[in-house]
Design a protein around this ligand. Sequence first.
Ligand code: ADP
Ligand code: MG
Length: 701
Amino acid sequence: MENLLYTNVKFLKGMGPKRADLFARELGIFTIGDLLKYYPYKYIDRTKIYTISEINSTHTHIQIRGRIVSFRKEGPKYRQRLIAIFSDQTGSIELVWFQGAKWVEKSYEIGVEYIVFGKPTRFGKKINIAHPEIEPAALFENSVGTSLYPQYSLTEKLRSAYISSKTFQKLISDFFSSDKLTIPETLPDYLVKKLRLISLQEALHKIHLPSNPEEIKKSESRLKFEELFGIQLKILKQKLGRSTHFQGFVFNEVGDHFNTFYKKNLKFKLTEAQKKVMREIRIDLRSGKQMNRLLQGDVGSGKTLIALMSALLALDNGFQACLMAPTEILAVQHFNTMTNFLAGLPLQVLLLTGSTKKKERDSIYSDLENGSIEILIGTHALLEDPVKFKNLGLVIIDEQHRFGVAQRAKLWKKNLQPPHVLVMTATPIPRTLAMTLYGDLDVSVIDELPPGRKPIQTFHYYESKRLAMYGFLRKQIDQGRQVYIVYPLILESEKLDYIALEDGYAGVTEYFSPPEYTVVCVHGKMKTEDKDYGMNLFKKGKAHIMVATTVIEVGVDIPNATVMVIESAERYGLSQLHQLRGRVGRGADQSYCILMSGYKLSNEAKKRIDTLVNTNDGFEIAEVDLKLRGPGDIEGTQQSGIPFDLKIANLARDGQLLQYARNIAEDILESDPELKEEKNILLYRMLHNMKTSAFDWSVIS
Ligand code: ADP
Ligand code: MG
């Protein structure tokens, strides 16, 4: 039987080809299924009628009953607005239209009783309602059914074609009024029963046309579950497929390299979290399956050490290892850190970046192939074709989100048998998001900082405290500390941002003037030599202050820098603020982060700043970020995008349901890995109907 959900919407009663075309272009709605899955973003309870005297601008939506007393026009011709005075027994209010005056005047009459619905807004002392919905009161009384009105997101184009939330409601209620209607079930019967879900048909019906809040809840549960469950089933199936397809090199030995390093070179104790992660990695490396592990840990949590020890395990088992970083600064820093850590060990560790000279490059190529280089560290340069390993056993990728999928694949393909892969990221990703984005990777978390670190103290200052702030910097500098002052740099406002930076730099040098103080300025528009010069001066402790754009966001490890001043802090995203703050607090001294902002802060900006002031916990910050911005904008996902289109579930809010769905998918796959059993036939189909996402690790290989 033809599935109704795949039928073109133009065949719906009340639609027609013209509207269908608009729905397709504006909202991507082509089929009845698309329409039914265009869920309301909220419901408005229209049981209550307010009196005009009760209205204040804190109401988001109100409904009033009364009559239009008069119409008038205001403003110049090209920007004219129509105003109606609307009254009930308690007072009057203005209704305003900025467009469509002619139509409004024709449609509504003075003296007739109407129900007016809309959002009150305050202008000075007056409150008005712009572009209200208006219905004759008589008609309203007779309208049957629900008082919960579904609201749909609409575009300007749709609105000007007179398509409103009501249009949706009408289309959908006409559709469901047919009694011969059947929408095929997508989940197996046993699952629907066991989980006490309502049927798909009922859920799709009631999500749009609920009679009470209970029905909305039940419909939401069913639809959200299905969405999250489908994704988890797919991810887990991929993971299962990969682990049966690919053998992994077995690293059984813990040999000389590892032991010597651990006993002789390592000057401190591993944190409990580092030990736990090393155990997880060791289990993977011995398992005979290819490791695909994501290592998450806040800045400064000691991920580099984990990378190093994992590499040593590869070496002890006769393999080579490589580490790829997203920028040259970072690659160099890793190289320095690793060679310091490995001092005295008979190991060949080399650096390969875009600026490696031809001669050295060629010798690296040949030494890699003959196996005399054991660890190679570098940038994208590692991906180039002439880079061939003798036997690459472990690939470590730092700051994973900066690399595209294809790039990672290239590295991976440098072996016939895929090497083990460890991906490290300092951008904490909330659990729920990690389960969806990296659901087929195993995740390790370092959730503890090395001992002795004092939590960074964070303050928020308005512009009026600038002098006090400078005074504070002076005290820190007098104690021998160094300071970063960071200015935002955004493509859209680049010119102005550079002006702000220059002005800021001038202001700082005026207060901290030579010869007593040295202030360097570093930004992306400078020549590399100049930039390096400034950086080096600061690194060597010869400059007191570094004024910079966000170029310092990734990299630089200067333990003596104890103050991070972030200018125009309101303009940054939460995770970016957190990353910047992580540049201090790397030594034994108390560190500080000062967020400077203007007076005008949006609610969200205030929330971001407050969050940063109140916590140092990267995961907590990531959760808030997810809630504020929605998963699509979370740092680290812009590039890859959320691979699945979520229409109703919300990763920020539905974490528990996601976990639940994942557990159930796991159980099912455990007993029927191929989904070949009769009872799971619908699940088999569900998987095959899902689009393959770009973020598919099994495709990479
Ligand atoms: P991440 O890469 O996670 O930002 P790093 O690996 O750069 O962090 O570690 C930050 C600093 O902490 C480094 O100087 C490192 O040597 C040091 N460190 C790492 N682990 C420990 C530990 N267990 N105890 C003390 N210091 C540590
Ligand atoms: Mg690091």
